[in-house]
Design a protein. Structure first.
Length: 225
């Protein structure tokens, strides 16, 4: 199995440059020739790897949803095997998602802007994987905060994803500290959000919480998970 530190394959190089260009200029603002030039091959040469731009976009968005979900499952399995407490498991989940949020900002932007361009079957698969990923978190959050109702735990997970996935909007050098400091800050904010949710407060119904951008918290997670 390849790891994130292995040298990327040609296919992965193409996807990486496609994600960057799509995020910078929009899906329709980028041509196949430009993606090819970014990886040092002719535009037509890309068709040996992908049927076209639509196939690249689908693989990018389905792929990151699969990676987040499988990574989350692996995290829970590792934690169970090591006998970790729920709090340590939650920390591991948060840490993994922060790595994604800091290292794959282009994919978050793509999800926000281009998800509706996927064919129905791919878009439904993305949403299914995202819901499954959310439920992994909900289970762990409720182990850490057992008095937190399920609906509020789920809404809290969506809110934390929104917080962590805000990194594309903080792209200027002055907007974030160095990577380690940024990761630590995001981790504290995520943990603080869950703790605040568990504390509760007066007013407002527990269910039917709406996410920024519309839809209920049961509809699926925000960008990239």
């Amino acid at each position: 199995m390849r790891t994130r530190t292995d040298a990327p394959t040609r296919r992965e190089q193409i996807l990486g440059q496609a994600a960057r260009l799509f995020a910078e200029r929009g899906f329709h603002g980028v041509g196949v020739d430009e993606i090819g030039a970014a990886v040092g091959i002719s535009g037509p040469g890309l068709y040996r790897h992908f049927a076209g731009k639509d196939a690249m976009l689908a693989e990018l968005l389905v792929g990151i949803s699969e990676r987040l979900y499988s990574g989350g499952r692996g995290c829970l399995a590792e934690s169970a095997g090591a006998g970790l407490a729920p709090g340590a498991t939650l920390d591991a989940l948060i840490g993994r998602h922060i790595d994604f949020a800091l290292d794959d900002r282009a994919l978050i932007t793509l999800h926000d802007r281009e998800l509706d361009r996927l064919r129905d079957s791919d878009r439904k698969l993305v949403r299914q994987l995202q819901r499954q990923y959310v439920e992994l978190w909900v289970g762990v959050v409720r182990q850490v905060h057992p008095k937190l109702p399920e609906k509020e735990a789920r809404a809290s997970v969506h809110a934390v994803f929104g917080l962590l996935n805000s990194t594309p909007h903080l792209s200027l050098p002055s907007s974030l500290p160095d990577r380690d400091a940024a990761a630590a800050l995001l981790h504290r904010l995520a943990r603080g959000a869950f703790a605040a949710a568990a504390e509760g407060g007066p007013g407002g119904p527990a269910g039917g919480v709406y996410r920024v951008g519309g839809g209920t918290a049961d509809d699926g997670p925000d960008a990239g998970g």
